[in-house]
Design a binder for this molecule. Structure first.
Ligand code: ATP
Length: 436
């Protein structure tokens, strides 16, 4: 049996350990029983600790949160229907706790132990206050049911009601009961996500429960499925879970056009490799957007898929840019004048350019995309509309045409100085008047 406090001391910043000690002392003074549960215990045992700690209380988490807030400050966000509270530990609270802010998590999640019932498959559950056991019973997999008691002390007694520790050791994802995936089909997504992240595998019984739960995926709202995919896209290698979802026939239940193949896996890898190159300095790139694009750009019914996921206008716009990028690729796989490449790529976001780069291995297409992204899109003529007006061109469609032509000439190296630009404009004007 593990000594949780020793694990925390070894693996977590001392500030977090102190925070848990202080919280436990507060709970003890109020006669409450307190546990650290779920991911934090799992990840500590795996040696990959995370900062956010879920605290489970046999009792009212909201009034406990309020007492922490009264004593130490900070802010409390409550969810009365679920009996949960999020204690935001701001600078003042960190000072009152006498702990360095940098070593503290921004939030402490406080949860009332509860039992859960599903009125019908894939429904959102109805909840009622319950015991630790009730609360652990409603969880997805045994590896997420480990709890460490924080109060009453001694702090750190491990509670393992469902064999989570041995499954963690053996790398097994196991549901707690046979209706688990039917009650909540999002657990199928979670199972593949944990498999991919941890290199674990569902046991045969758990995997065998998926086929009968597949039809219930249709009952999940687009928002819930979208949320699962957004979580998936924060994983290091989302393609692992997608490959499993494909082979378990999960993707086609979401939308019959949705699929996964090696091409997508490789494109994901290419995109990550591109974003990771220090010379690009691409800190702000939205990798999830790139994944969405690569997942959907080759589909016939991109609109239908976007609608099924209930993607908002922003995400839908992004995947439509992905489609435009995908369609431009064949034309980009050629020696092009820079101006021609610019016409194909103009207006595309950084994310869609990276998606395009990741979607092709054709050297010329990649060359054109990189040149556009880092050079060509910043090229402009030095003459402006005002300069043209001073040369006698009236504001008119002709002026727009001349400015565009001038930019093309700059891009293609046909003019290389303001004087050359001016000479080119005068020549075009002469040609135009000769023609009319
Ligand atoms: P992560 O590292 O991905 O954040 P986590 O285990 O902390 O993993 P959360 O999504 O934050 O995952 O959920 C917290 C806990 O709530 C989980 O450990 C799990 O026990 C439980 N849980 C979350 N979603 C479900 C679900 N759909 N069904 C049952 N239990 C769930």
């Amino acid at each position: 049996m593990h000594d949780f406090s020793a694990l925390i001391r070894r693996n977590l910043p001392s500030g977090v350990m102190r925070l848990l000690e202080i919280t436990a002392a507060e709970a003890e003074a109020r006669g409450l029983t307190l546990y650290a549960v779920g991911g934090v215990v799992r990840d500590l045992l795996l040696g990959t600790p995370k900062l956010d700690v879920d605290i489970l209380i046999e009792g009212d988490a909201i009034s406990f949160g309020m007492s922490l807030c009264e004593r130490f400050g900070g802010h409390l966000h409550t969810h009365r229907a679920f009996g949960t509270a999020k204690w935001r530990i701001d600078t003042a609270a960190a000072a009152a706790l006498d702990l360095p802010r940098a070593e503290l998590p921004p939030f402490l999640d406080l949860v009332t132990a509860r039992s859960e019932q599903y009125a019908y498959p894939a429904a959102l559950p109805t909840v009622a206050p319950g015991s630790l056991r009730d609360d652990l019973l409603r969880r997805d997999f045994t590896i997420n049911t480990l709890a460490a008691r924080l109060a009453p002390r001694p702090l750190g007694t491990m509670i393992d009601l469902f064999g989570g520790e041995s499954d963690l050791r053996e790398g097994i994802i196991r549901v707690l009961h046979k209706a688990s995936f039917i009650d909540d089909p999002t657990r199928i997504f979670r199972a593949t996500r944990f498999e991919g992240r941890l290199g674990f595998r569902m046991d045969a019984h758990t995997e065998g429960l998926i086929p009968e739960a597949l039809p219930y995926i249709q009952h999940l709202s687009g928002e819930r499925i979208q949320h699962e995919f957004e979580l998936l896209f924060t994983e290091m290698r989302p393609e692992h879970a997608l490959a499993r979802m494909k082979s378990l026939k999960v993707l086609e239940q979401i939308h019959n056009a949705l699929t996964f193949d090696e091409w997508i896996g490789e494109a994901f890898e290419n995109a990550r490799a591109f974003v990771a190159k220090p010379e690009w300095n691409l800190i702000r790139v939205d990798l999830s957007a790139i994944y969405w694009m690569l997942l959907t750009c080759r589909l016939v019914d991109t609109d239908g898929v976007a609608a099924r996921f209930r993607l908002d206008r922003h995400r839908t716009g992004q995947i439509m840019q992905g489609v435009r990028m995908w369609k431009a690729l064949p034309a980009l796989e050629a020696e092009l004048a820079p101006s021609a490449a610019v016409r194909l790529l103009e207006g595309l976001s950084d994310e869609s350019l990276i998606a395009g780069y990741a979607a092709t291995t054709a050297p010329l297409a990649r060359h054109n995309i990189v040149c556009y992204a880092f050079h060509w899109r910043f090229v402009d003529a030095s003459l402006t509309g005002n300069d043209l007006r001073a040369m006698g061109v009236k504001p008119s469609p002709l002026m727009g045409t001349l400015l565009a032509r001038l930019r093309d000439a700059c891009l293609d190296g046909e003019v290389n100085s303001p004087d050359e630009e001016r000479a080119a404009v005068l020549r075009w004007l002469r040609e135009a008047s000769a023609e009319s």
